[in-house]
Design a protein around this ligand. Structure first.
Ligand SMILES: Cc1cc2nc3c(=O)[nH]c(=O)nc-3n(C[C@H](O)[C@H](O)[C@H](O)COP(=O)(O)O)c2cc1C
Length: 327
C-alpha cells in the first residue's frame, strides 16, 4: 500500500514527545501542540486488543489540533496489530508506532513490549502486516537490547530484520531493558545510556530515520543529538518542564517567541469547550503544572491549580488566579 504523505509530519521528525502511559492523553497533547507546533506527538500505548474490542471513543480520543500525532500500539499478533493499525489510520492518526521497549511484568506476560527485542522475526511479521493494512507510516520504538545483551551486532540485526519488513523509522530508547529485578520506573534510569549505538546505527544505515530517546533534559544535549541523528524524543523532561518543548521548537523551526501566560491563554477555548462537555478541570490542569517550573511564582501556580482544580465547579477563573503570582 502507498504511504500517505504528510508534509507537516515530514518536517517534524527532529522533535517528538514520547508516548507516556497516564500522561500523554489528548489533553496533554493539545497543550504540547501549542508549545511545539512542529513536534511529533505520541499517544499512550494502547493494546491492539483494546483498540479492536474496547471503548474506541475513549482510547482513541484525539483533538484535530494535535496533528501530526502517532498512535502507539502494544501487541505481538500480526493480525490483531494489522486490524488495530487500520482502525488507527481510519481514526485520523498520522503514524502507528509499535512498542518494543516497555519492560513491565504485565507486558512480559503478554509477550510484547521490550521482550520483542529477542524476537525480531515476529516484529518484522507484525510490521509487515500493519504496513499492509494501513496507509500511514508504521514505526517502531525499541531499546538497545534486553537484560545483559551487550552486542551492537545483535541490536543491528534486530533493526535490519524489522527494516526489511518495511519500517524505515526507529525511535531508539538508548539503553537496555532489564526484564528481571527492575521496575518500569527503574528501567528508565538504571540501565546505562549508550546513545553512541544510535549514532552508529545512523552512520551505518543512513537510509533509515533514527530518533534517539532517553535522558534528554536540556537544549544542549538535544542539539548535540541532531548532529548525528534525525531527531530526538523527549519524555519526562517534556512533561515536567514543558517550556523546553517551546524553546526547542523555536530554535529549530523558527516562529514567534511566546510567553508562558500566552500559551496558557491559547488553551482557554479548548479548556472551556471540554468543561462544557463535562470534563473536570483537574484532568486538564494536571498536565500544566510544570509550565512555570523554575520561574517566579511557579510553585504557587502549581499549588493553586493542584488544590483548586478538583473542587466542584472549578473553571477558567482558577487558572486566572494561579497566574497572578507569576506576574
Ligand atoms: C509515566 C511514563 C509512562 C510511559 N509509558 C510509555 C508507553 O506507554 N510506551 C512507551 O513506549 N514508553 C513509555 N514510557 C517511556 C518513555 O516513552 C521514554 O522512553 C522514557 O521515559 C525515556 O525517555 P525520557 O528519559 O526522555 O523520559 C513511559 C515513561 C513514563 C515516565
Amino acid at each position: 500500500m502507498q504511504t500517505r504523505l504528510h508534509t507537516r509530519y515530514a518536517a517534524s521528525v527532529r522533535l517528538s514527545v514520547a508516548p507516556m502511559m497516564d500522561w500523554t492523553d489528548t489533553h496533554c497533547r493539545v497543550f504540547h501542540r501549542i508549545l511545539a507546533p512542529h513536534a511529533r506527538l505520541y499517544t499512550e500505548m494502547v493494546h491492539a486488543n483494546a483498540v479492536i474490542r474496547g471503548d474506541r471513543a475513549r482510547l482513541l480520543a484525539m483533538d484535530p489540533s494535535e496533528h501530526p500525532v502517532a498512535l502507539q500500539l502494544g501487541g505481538s499478533e500480526p493480525d490483531l496489530l494489522a486490524q488495530a493499525a487500520r482502525i488507527a489510520a481510519d481514526a485520523g492518526f498520522d503514524e502507528v508506532n509499535l512498542n518494543c521497549g516497555c519492560p513491565s511484568d504485565r507486558v512480559q506476560a503478554g509477550r510484547f513490549g521490550a521482550c520483542l527485542m529477542r524476537e525480531p522475526a515476529l516484529v518484522a511479521e507484525c510490521v509487515a502486516a500493519m504496513q499492509e493494512a494501513c496507509p500511514v507510516p508504521v514505526t517502531v520504538k525499541c531499546r538497545l537490547g534486553v537484560d545483559d545483551d551487550n552486542e551492537y551486532e545483535r541490536f543491528l540485526g534486530f533493526i535490519d530484520t524489522v527494516a526489511a519488513a518495511g519500517c524505515r523509522s526507529f525511535v531508539v530508547h538508548a539503553r537496555n531493558a532489564w526484564l528481571q529485578g527492575l521496575s518500569p520506573k527503574e528501567n528508565r534510569d538504571i540501565p546505562p545510556l549508550r546513545r553512541d549505538w544510535a549514532w552508529r546505527l545512523k552512520r551505518e544505515r543512513p537510509e533509515l530515520e533514527v530518533v534517539v530517546n532517553g535522558g534528554i533534559a536540556d537544549a544542549e544535549v538535544a542539539a548535540e543529538q541532531l548532529g548525528h541523528l534525525d531527531g530526538v524524543m523527549l519524555g519526562r523532561a517534556a512533561y515536567h518542564t514543558p517550556w523546553l518543548l517551546h524553546e526547542l521548537d523555536r530554535a529549530w523551526f523558527g516562529g514567534e517567541p511566546r510567553t508562558r501566560e500566552g500559551v496558557l491563554r491559547e488553551m482557554r477555548p479548548y479548556i472551556e469547550s471540554q468543561l462544557e462537555r463535562g470534563v473536570y478541570l483537574k484532568h486538564i490542569t494536571r498536565h500544566l503544572l510544570g509550565l512555570f517550573a523554575g520561574q517566579r511564582g511557579g510553585r504557587a501556580f502549581r499549588q493553586v491549580l493542584s488544590e483548586g482544580a478538583h473542587r466542584p465547579g472549578a473553571d477558567w477563573s482558577l487558572i486566572e488566579r494561579a497566574l497572578e503570582p507569576t506576574r
